[in-house]
Design a protein around this ligand. Sequence first.
Ligand SMILES: [Mg+2]
Length: 397
Amino acid sequence: MNWTEIINLELNVDGNEKYTDDGILRDLKERPDETDFENAVDITELYNNDEEFKKLWDEITSFFDNDFDEDYYLKRKVFEKESLEYILKSMFFGVAVGDALGVPFEFLSRRYFDENKVTDMVGFRTHNQPLGTFSDDSSLTFCLAESLIDGYNPTDMAEKFVAWYHDGYWTAHGSVFDIGYATRRAIERFSTGTPSLLSGCTGENENGNGSLMRIAPLVFLSYFKSIEIRFLLAYQVSSITHRHIRSAISCFIYLEFILLLIKGKDKFEAFKEIQSDIPNFLSEIEIPTAEIEIYNRLFSEDFISLNENEIYSSGYVVHTLEASIWCFLNTDSYEAAVLKAVNLGDDTDTTAAVTGAMAGIYYGFDNIPDNWTNVVTKKEEILDLAKRMTVRFRIFM
Ligand SMILES: [Mg+2]
């Protein structure tokens, strides 16, 4: 399938291709051989209340006849609840702490930080918000997570973004003090009747980091899906606010990287895998070459060893993706990664939030400094969100 065919597929409430016998069997066929069985189990698990699908399940299991291992199936079904909740907590606080570290310094140029290195969380300054205040990056991340708890539904996601913008839903202190241009326009379009998947901005100059900064929770829905569906999920969820293919690809690369981190890969190995697999996949699905080449630097061998003055920290999605991966790979703790991101200047909160999701997952909640997690606004609500999302996603993992 090429990418235009992929983005025309319809997804159901589980984020799978809308289920037709055709779709499911194609999905199976396109998955890597060694995981076919796992994936078959996963797919049917989602439909086990459906009579009709039961029939299809019998057909699918007949492909695997003797390999059906009931024990293994049950073990997978009861994925350890504690570890999933821990990963979610690590990711949510990874984002919120990075965001809150950057908020007071947003828009300051890198030259400022050369002489005033940020080493700790402070309050006020740029947005005049108290210590621990997170911004749009975390709010919209939490809106997405909240929506995923009720199933995959881009319209519900967009409605939650509207609730955030108008009613202060999932804001730190009840109102929005920070919103990107494309996100605002998309929310306005959606509010006046444009469907969620068509609300996002499509201009080449509308590739800000506004979808990348909130996309991380989607990785939990992507976990067992084929790469085509993972691409489609990234594309659709980005499209609510950012519908240009470049933004979607940035989200996709980021999610693929996080997926490998969740699977327990070493961060350098994971990045190598991304660098070799993603460009191939993007060519296979016939993404225009010019759009793939945008990522040449990220996919180049010497990306990690680029000098800091070659890393840009503007609000452009490609800059944010590069800067956050670069900060994550050039440090060896959560603390060092997000501080490096903030000290790059400019879009400090978003670069640190995007870095923070990766670093949070990789180093774990217990290695995010206490004095930061303890002062982040809505700490209890965030912990509760991780708990509720665990209940929903346990069966997937
Ligand atoms: Mg922000």
